[in-house]
Design a protein around this ligand. Sequence first.
Ligand code: ATP
Ligand code: MG
Length: 431
Amino acid sequence: MAEKLVAVKGMNDIAPPQSAHWEWLEDQLRALMARYGYRNLRTPIVEPTALFVRGLGEVTDIVEKEMYSFEDKLNGEQLTLRPENTAGVVRAALESNMLYEGPKRLYYMGPMFRHERPQRGRYRQFHQVGAEALGFAGPDVDVELIVLASDLWATLGLTGIELEINSLGQPAERLAHRQALIAHFESHASLLDEDAKRRLHSNPLRILDTKNPAMQDMVNAAPQLIDHLGPESLAHFDRVKALLDAHGIAYRVNPRLVRGMDYYNLTVFEFVTTQLGSQGTVCAGGRYDGLFEQIGGKPTPAVGWALGMERILELLKEQGRLPEPPTPDAYAVVPDAASLSQVMPLLRALRQAGARVQMHAAGAEGMGSMKSQFKKADASGARFALIFGADELAQGQVALKPLRGDRDAATAQWVLPLADPAAIAARLRAD
Ligand code: ATP
Ligand code: MG
């Protein structure tokens, strides 16, 4: 036998029954996005590498070490599997002049790729849903997006997800803070680890994000950006907080929340839970007014978030909120293969009338015994067996036998005319 091929490490198949959970979550998301007026945008999975280098910033975890980049063998182009979708959304908006008629609310859903160490809640192919509001200066839309995410938790029945917010101010304010920060870190140079030393002059803000316990006290004592914010940035932040208060949405201001990508300014936020171990951030986002310019557009305000679908599904499982996988309404028991030419078109008519019907398919030895067919019917989870026995067919009828619920009451069975598939389908769908 040939050597068995397996999936790439950190990249998973999503198979039944779990795939039904994915579909269900996607349905919930689509419905919610529609209620808030966000419309779907689908961008390519492969983009020019430069889009992410310019968009995300050179000194970010993603660009430094997580991207799947390669050269197109045919024309030498540098390409990358998208590690996130915000840069792609902005590129697409610019490329098709999407904001010509005014601002846009968009959402995306799909796989992203990052070369990280696979572990619980962290994969190399993972899936994000994101919402992006392009052309809105906020702070109302900042809050709209946060409320949208909060509504998602409510719709899904999830609890224990907490909101953290911060303001990153504007570039000039960040620069002043950055200088104060570098001075602080330099005065504690002996405490800095390798990562911190490397970032000291390239991206000192990211040092605040360190998980190194030996650096915590020093980092806690570092100058805070909020003290460098001017009146406009503070007013924006205050308005965000006031509007969140008006919704009764609780939040914690976390002055150390800086986010991984360079493109953020003003409002940033994360939704976190303690129920997923160390990968506790389920949704993260913020304002990115500088990104359009960074990738060659006119200055355009924008804000958005991205949510990790694997983490949300894990949390749904943790909290017992996943729906039962859908089951067929009926399983067709067909004792004699000769009757298939009569039975199959009827099954089709039932499906066209809206019923979910699974057919017993013949094996190498024919249709198999009634007993084995009923076993399969039971295992399928169907509510009814549709029995196409020789007697029933001779009389132009089919018998419906309930397979679920009160088994004694379920000895009852209905016999319906084959000539009326709509009536059969209605019976199968009835509560
Ligand atoms: P982290 O700090 O966990 O690495 P991040 O800041 O890199 O997160 P973002 O780029 O903001 O994450 O992505 C938004 C969301 O996507 C995250 O909050 C998380 O839920 C999810 N996510 C990010 N990376 C992964 C991954 N490798 N596997 C699964 N989910 C991920
Ligand atoms: Mg990351």
